[in-house]
Design a protein around this ligand. Structure first.
Ligand SMILES: O=C(O)CCC(=O)C(=O)O
Length: 296
């Protein structure tokens, strides 16, 4: 991992990330940064509404319902299986997500942690945590349990909420300093239908009361190491807790192609290779130089 004097985090922030395993960056994104992402989420919700109509499950796509509540209202009266079929988390290639993953504010912060050659890992989730659906509850786990054999270290998760994340709507909870531990034994949970990986934290000697809840405003980013133990609770509010979790790593790590195609998000050494939207949509990890172009 090369860090050098890159990025825009302060030495205190880098130190905090290294020590605690996570870092909260308040208000990293503003409304202009969030708008294309909310538009992409809305486009997906439109598709879901029409799938639900085609399946004969609803009559009204609720076009006028606000962003924060529309998906929740669409699922009113449906059950968890419908949510798992139509609503859980997505990895669609809608342009607003690429705009987000390439946002210089995110990359500038990451550069302080992993250096200037940054690869966007293929694992990213757009997560609508719908009220009172079991699949919205995420048990204690380490992200690394999803890629235990991948030779990629470190992977940094960038978690961002698009509504205020609160104790009531199921914000993130972390167990600080657990990033220094091995990948603990885990199993696939069976109650929610998602098959999320789950640790038995009492069995591994981690004490639940050491956990910290991280309620944050929309646009705040939480960066964490892929060994940090974390979870999130049920959404007991009346609206959707919209979030994304993105992942990044240095370019000299395993690109984890079994999980899909990531992309070159920033490179000081090969800037011409940084993926553009058309590359990402075509699942190309980087820009292919145009050898047919006339020299200047
Ligand atoms: O967003 C959540 O509720 C959980 C996120 C999570 O577990 C992750 O990003 O790894």
């Amino acid at each position: 991992m090369r860090r050098g004097n890159h990025g825009n985090l302060s030495p205190e922030q880098v130190d905090r990330y290294d020590t605690e395993g996570y870092l909260v960056i308040p208000d990293l994104l503003d409304e202009a940064d969030m708008a294309p992402v909310r538009a992409a989420m809305t486009e997906k919700v439109d598709r879901i509404a029409h799938d639900l109509i085609d399946a004969g499950l609803i009559d009204d796509p609720l076009d006028d319902e606000p962003f924060a509540t529309r998906l929740a209202r669409l699922f009113d009266g449906l059950d968890s299986d419908h949510f798992l079929t139509f609503g859980r988390s997505w990895r669609d290639r809608i342009p607003g997500y690429f705009t987000l993953m390439s946002n210089p504010k995110i990359l500038d912060a990451l550069e302080s942690l992993i250096g200037p050659e940054i690869f966007a890992n293929p694992v990213y989730n757009v997560r609508p945590k719908v009220p009172r659906v079991a699949a919205g509850t995420v048990p204690w786990h380490q992200d690394k349990s999803y890629w235990p054999d991948a030779n990629s270290n470190p992977v940094v998760t960038v978690w961002i909420s698009f509504v205020d994340a609160t104790l009531e709507n199921g914000c993130l909870h972390v167990l600080p300093r657990t990033q220094r531990e091995k990948v603990h034994a885990f199993h696939r949970e069976t109650y929610s239908g998602t098959g999320f990986t789950e640790l038995d934290i009492e069995a591994i000697g981690l004490v639940r009361d050491k956990s910290i809840a991280l309620p944050v405003k929309a646009g705040t980013a939480i960066l964490f190491n892929d060994r940090l133990v974390h979870s999130s609770t049920r959404n007991d509010s009346d609206h959707v807790r919209w979030s994304v979790d993105l992942r990044y790593q240095p370019t000299n790590q395993d690109p984890m192609t079994a999980h899909g195609a990531g992309f070159l998000a920033r490179s000081r050494s090969r800037p011409g290779r940084v993926a553009e939207l058309s590359d990402w949509l075509a699942e190309r990890p980087e820009r292919i130089p145009d050898h047919t172009a006339e020299p200047d």
